[in-house]
Write a protein that binds this ligand. Sequence first.
Ligand SMILES: Nc1nc2c(c(=O)[nH]1)N[C@H]1C(S)=C(S)[C@@H](COP(=O)(O)OP(=O)(O)OC[C@H]3O[C@@H](n4cnc5c(=O)[nH]c(N)nc54)[C@H](O)[C@@H]3O)O[C@H]1N2
Ligand SMILES: Nc1nc2c(c(=O)[nH]1)N[C@H]1C(S)=C(S)[C@@H](COP(=O)(O)OP(=O)(O)OC[C@H]3O[C@@H](n4cnc5c(=O)[nH]c(N)nc54)[C@H](O)[C@@H]3O)O[C@H]1N2
Ligand code: SF4
Ligand SMILES: [Mo]
Length: 686
Amino acid sequence: MNTPYKITRHVCPRNCYSSCSMLGYSSDGILKKVIGDPLHGYTKGKLCPKGFNYVNLVYHPERIKYPMIQDKRGSGKWRKISWDDALDIITDKILELNKRYGSNMSLALNKYSGNMGILHQAVEGMFNSLGKTTRAIGSPCWSAGLDAFYYDFGGYQTSDLRDIEHAKTIILWGVNPVWTSIHTLPYLYKARENGATIITIDPVFTETANKSDLYIQVKPNGDGALALAIAKYMAENQLLDLEFIEKYTMGWKELNKYIESVSWDDALANCGQSLETIKKLAFYMSKDKPVFIWVGFGMQRHVNGGQNVRAINALAAISGNIGYKGSGVHYANNIQWKFPYNILKSYPDGIDERNCIRPIDMNNFANDLSSLQDPPVKFLWVSCRNLMTQNSDLLIRTLQSLELIVTVDLFLTPTALLSDIVLPTTTNFEEWDIVSSYWHHWISINQPAIAPYYESKSDLEIAKLLSRKLNEKSPGFCLFPIDKTAEQFIDEEFNNEIYEELQISHWTELLNGPRRAALPYTAWEEQQFQTPSRKIELYSETAKQNNLPPLAMNISVQEEDKRFPYRLLTTHEQYQINSQFKNIYSLHTKNTEPYVLIHPALARELGIDSNQIARIYNDNGELIIKVKISTNVSKNILQIINSSNINASHLITLRPTDMGKVETGAFGFALNDTFVNIEKYIVPPR
Ligand SMILES: Nc1nc2c(c(=O)[nH]1)N[C@H]1C(S)=C(S)[C@@H](COP(=O)(O)OP(=O)(O)OC[C@H]3O[C@@H](n4cnc5c(=O)[nH]c(N)nc54)[C@H](O)[C@@H]3O)O[C@H]1N2
Ligand SMILES: Nc1nc2c(c(=O)[nH]1)N[C@H]1C(S)=C(S)[C@@H](COP(=O)(O)OP(=O)(O)OC[C@H]3O[C@@H](n4cnc5c(=O)[nH]c(N)nc54)[C@H](O)[C@@H]3O)O[C@H]1N2
Ligand code: SF4
Ligand SMILES: [Mo]
């Protein structure tokens, strides 16, 4: 192509279903434009508005340019320091703590979803090479659902999205792709052109519901009850796929007995639907096959989240909707792919992945951190994580007991502001990386387009520098390789098995365009499940051993606290990704000015009008916020969108989900089971 620009390949490494491959256009060392990569077979050259705004992110005036130190934590008095001085302070503290406690367990790492690239695992790799350290484990995204798939199928797979074209019915179950996964939309629309019906099941009438053919307003945490009622109707009306059940499932006898034991009164009351709706859904499940179900992450952030996912899986199984073209329950695919993750493996002698972590639950970070003794945590490294937007009040108190907090970020986030040292890091236009997807089957490479912004460095370079400095002061202290280049690290993540899967002979071929892994086109197409029985386990002995109900459908009703009759849902925003992109002004929308969405009937009861102010409160705290009135929510739901200028996290109750430990090491985060009260806010007299 004849162009004055240098064109480079990139991946958007955010925690997003799409993992878009992108092309960067730069000239004279300046990134000028970013577009979607047309060679990516899933995203097909399209980006979301965030992706198109990368140039604004890279050259954002608030981006950190140099390492900075805060004179006193929280004082706001930041000074520029050199990398060398910053690393001196950090390594002196690490070595001093090691001497004081005789181990490195007083060092803690909290890293999550800022950048999902494999080379960013250098941070974990560097910590692994220090021996046993304290680490935030688990995930706020998807833990309960992953375990549900583990119990039912023995693992999780997604079909190639093109497979959806064969579906006759599509159920978007607790997922809002119009906001959080826009690249699936062309596939959904294509399926609809082919005659498929799109059904959205969500307590909120979302933009996705708005674009669907049928919307079911489910009770929050009521999805298992809904699946059970549908199954009951199907069982009583000979709508089940008995042949499939016989051949591919285990435990139907027990499940059937349970379904029979639930009365219709209870079944309908628990799910809050009419028999007419249940009948309609039962007919879609059995007569309008294949049914493609997409289970979202939002719906499993409940105390029964995993059990609800198991109920949906069971419903798909007993209706014979697994393993056939256009069918299946889709949640996520295995993000590890077949990469060896060698970047993690510079363990000292006698230490490996099983014993290098003193775990603390990421979703209960502050509580767990403060309860640790022998030794207490004194040093915290934060990377790819803006944890202050999560559970702030408690965290602020807990962090006071730490002697050194280092945050590596692009911006002075609320978390960075509470740190002692902030290290500036690169964007995905200034570094090498490899990024796979937890949803589609494509893999892309990320190469640098421009030099690092001012003095910023990638997480990998920082890990190497820290390791070098530690070893200068105490030879052999840190085994993380200091001399390998990023390309060498990439090289070590590829082996013949991966090359075969991607049908390439060297990773540099990815510079010519992303590759699709040779994963099955249709999930579970061979009906070879990975459970102990090799069948779909409607009754799981493994679940029972883990103190969970063995039956895939097992409905328990949530108790209500009369003081807090409203459920608060804090959902993901369209033009941000969690707290990222909030400072990109061209992405600001109607959601940027924070508000709580309430039902008109509730507004009448409270005597409150749109744009007036409400006070939302529970035992955790209060929030003063503007009201908007809408029938998109039911009367007992308040919805706040995680928008630019609001932090509702101090209201969130820190409750674990029922599952999550097997796949992510800790229970998930039942943040959608947060209950509050609301009243009209009267401005106090001055
Ligand atoms: N634009 C954008 N995209 C994103 C993100 C972002 O912040 N912005 N975040 C990324 C990340 S980290 C994640 S984890 C994913 C999350 O992506 P999604 O899976 O879409 O998750 P959420 O938006 O949290 O929730 C989806 C829906 O679940 C509904 N829900 C809540 N409780 C229930 C329930 O009990 N039953 C049912 N049926 N539905 C329920 C909510 O009302 C919401 O509409 O998106 C990723 N993509
Ligand atoms: N109330 C409520 N709370 C929630 C949720 C909810 O729905 N409601 N959702 C939960 C979910 S699903 C998630 S995933 C979490 C997300 O929580 P986090 O994982 O903390 O994600 P972000 O808020 O995106 O913050 C990531 C930070 O990483 C920085 N970053 C970006 N690239 C890099 C890099 O290359 N290196 C380094 N060192 N830093 C980088 C970004 O600038 C940003 O400050 O929030 C959870 N919290
Ligand atoms: S945020 Fe998601 S959809 Fe947008 S560019 Fe990145 S990967 Fe693509
Ligand atoms: Mo997430």
